[in-house]
Design a protein around this ligand. Structure first.
Ligand code: NAP
Length: 510
């Protein structure tokens, strides 16, 4: 049985101190970032951030008003015009500077992640370091791909002489609105900020409420790097209150959103602007009879239970051939028993889920499975927001857990009698983010990968979003467009062409 570790009370409080002291007002509330300055909202209201472990208020952030959002967007519009005229190498230089500052201050930012979203301490540090690397990579990739355009001549199209020279280049879109989710509030913010800025756009960030303080610290690293006033800003407040105003604002030229079903609603409401939507998933893991079961079990546990299953690319359903199911389940059970359960400060594998309502939702899925006869490989145990890891065997398609995303440490196993049955289950989902297949036969793996209606299929490994320069996209309700550094830079630009019309045909001689 997984064991509980007591909290490590010696975790040092560093958030909002040192270079970050100016983020905090005299009343202890965190300010928002507008026009290059840290400000208190005129609303006089704040939003509490509840620590998922203690279930007490950890921080408070400003509840920004619509007027403040208007000001931020106006400033972003003005700043973008000069930024687009800033040489690409200078934009890259500033991004490299911000990346270095971010990595230098990884500890206080990681501390916020631990307190706001109960991310295990080591993973929290990794998120910040990975984010610095992502920003640097954006700078390098931007210099390469934005420095290139196309040169076309007209005589390649039937009926044309060589009288037209067409020059194409990539130009910025304008003001980008970035909305990341709670589970990677720093990494999924910079994955939008880096591409937006290198491409000559300005950016308004609306961080998730749980994770807002980590995002504000991250934003301060860009401030310290010396980006022009107004180019980037961060407005806080509940998505349910200021979200619509932001996403339907006429000053926004593109929305890059990562989160759940909220993204579907935003897509229906947004105007005629480019959308990048990275939404939920129900990533299936198909295990064939010839699979290396030790490798599969290790990946199922890592993929299903890392950060307590609160990852878009977590393994969310195991589809295993019946003949190897007993052996696989035993191996997974043995590994689940070794997971540590407790507070994020102690780097436990399983930490409290983000909110009480998430915990209640997960419990609802577990109770439904219990009522419908799933086999519980461990006893169901919960204390506050902390849910012990649970493997549910013999799950059937009539159970909610077979289709819904628990976003918690609960993993269903469905036994299948044919590969087709597994593919059918995977494709019957309204999600299509990632999937994985375990087999020693590469030919079978490729055929299954082609048949799975998901944005990515991993062969012999758990689904994963990284490395951050790989293309990352969801089909169906899992998203619109593709992320990954190169794709995001391209998505945040449009093509501009200039055509030179010659009075007579001209053919370049060798
Ligand atoms: P969420 O509830 O959809 O929230 C995402 C973001 O949207 C938050 O910043 C939230 O702010 C904001 N928001 C809420 N209502 C809004 C509105 N009406 N207009 C504009 N913004 C609004 O998702 P979450 O619970 O944070 O994250 C979990 C979900 O994200 C899961 O479904 C997971 O699969 C998905 N996810 C997907 C990917 C991917 O790349 N495909 C990656 C990570 C997570 P507040 O916090 O203030 O409400």
């Amino acid at each position: 049985m997984a064991h509980f570790k007591p909290p490590n009370v010696a975790f040092t409080q560093m958030a909002g101190t040192g270079v970050f002291a100016e983020l905090v007002g005299g009343d202890g509330e965190f300010k928002y970032y507008s026009d290059g300055e840290w400000k208190k909202s005129c609303s006089g209201k704040s939003v509490p951030i509840i620590n998922p472990t203690t279930r007490e208020t950890q921080f408070k952030v400003q509840a920004c008003t619509q007027e403040e959002v208007n000001k931020v967007i106006d400033a972003a519009k003005t700043a973008q015009k000069s930024w687009a005229k800033t040489p690409l190498w200078k934009r890259a230089e500033l991004l490299h500077k911000a990346a270095a500052i971010l990595k230098e201050h990884r500890n206080p930012i990681a501390e916020c992640l631990v307190k706001e979203i109960a991310k295990p301490a080591k993973d929290a540090v990794t998120e910040v370091v990975r984010s610095g690397d992502l920003v640097s990579y954006c700078a390098e990739e931007g210099v390469r791909i934005l420095g290139e355009g196309k040169f076309l001549v007209s005589d390649s199209f039937p009926g044309n002489e060589r009288t037209k020279y067409c020059l194409t280049s990539k130009i910025p879109l304008g003001v980008i609105l970035a909305i990341p989710p709670f589970n990677y509030p720093v990494n999924l913010a910079v994955s939008k900020i880096g591409p937006a800025l290198i491409a000559g756009n300005s950016l308004v960030l609306k961080p998730p409420t749980q994770g807002a303080v980590a995002a504000l610290h991250m934003m301060h690293c860009f401030h310290l790097a010396g980006f022009p006033k107004g180019l980037i800003s961060c407005v806080t407040g509940k998505g349910s209150e200021i979200g619509d105003f932001l996403t339907m604002h006429p000053g926004i030229n593109c929305i890059s959103f990562t989160g759940g079903d909220t993204g579907i609603a935003i897509s229906k409401k947004a105007g005629m602007i480019p959308l990048q939507m990275e939404l939920g998933g129900k990533d299936a893991c198909i295990i064939l009879e010839d699979a290396d079961l030790d490798l599969a079990a290790a990946n199922i546990v890592k993929g299903g239970f890392s950060y307590s299953g609160q990852r878009c690319t977590a393994v969310k359903v195991v589809l295993v051939m019946d003949s190897v199911a007993d052996a696989l389940v035993e191996k997974v059970k043995a590994k689940v028993a070794k997971l540590t359960v407790g507070p994020p400060e102690d780097d436990c594998d399983i930490t409290p889920v983000v909110t009480e309502s998430s915990a209640n939702f997960i419990e609802g899925l577990v109770m439904d499975a219990k009522q419908k006869g799933a086999t519980f490989c461990q006893e169901y145990k919960r204390a506050g927001n902390l849910i012990w890891p649970l493997l549910l065997d013999n799950v059937r398609p009539d159970m909610r857990i077979a289709w819904e995303e628990p976003f918690g440490p609960v993993l269903p196993v469905i036994r299948i009698n044919s590969v087709e049955e597994g593919i059918h289950h995977c494709n019957a989902s309204n999600f299509g983010l990632q999937g994985c297949v375990f087999t020693r036969d590469i030919n079978k793996a490729i055929l299954i990968s082609d048949a799975m209606e998901t944005g990515t299929v991993q062969i012999n490994s758990a689904p994963a979003r990284g490395p951050d320069h790989f293309p990352f996209q969801g089909l169906k309700d899992s998203g619109i467009g593709s992320q990954g550094i190169t794709n995001s830079i391209n998505m945040m630009t449009k093509i501009k062409t200039t055509v030179i019309n010659l009075p007579t045909p001209s053919y370049t001689m060798g």
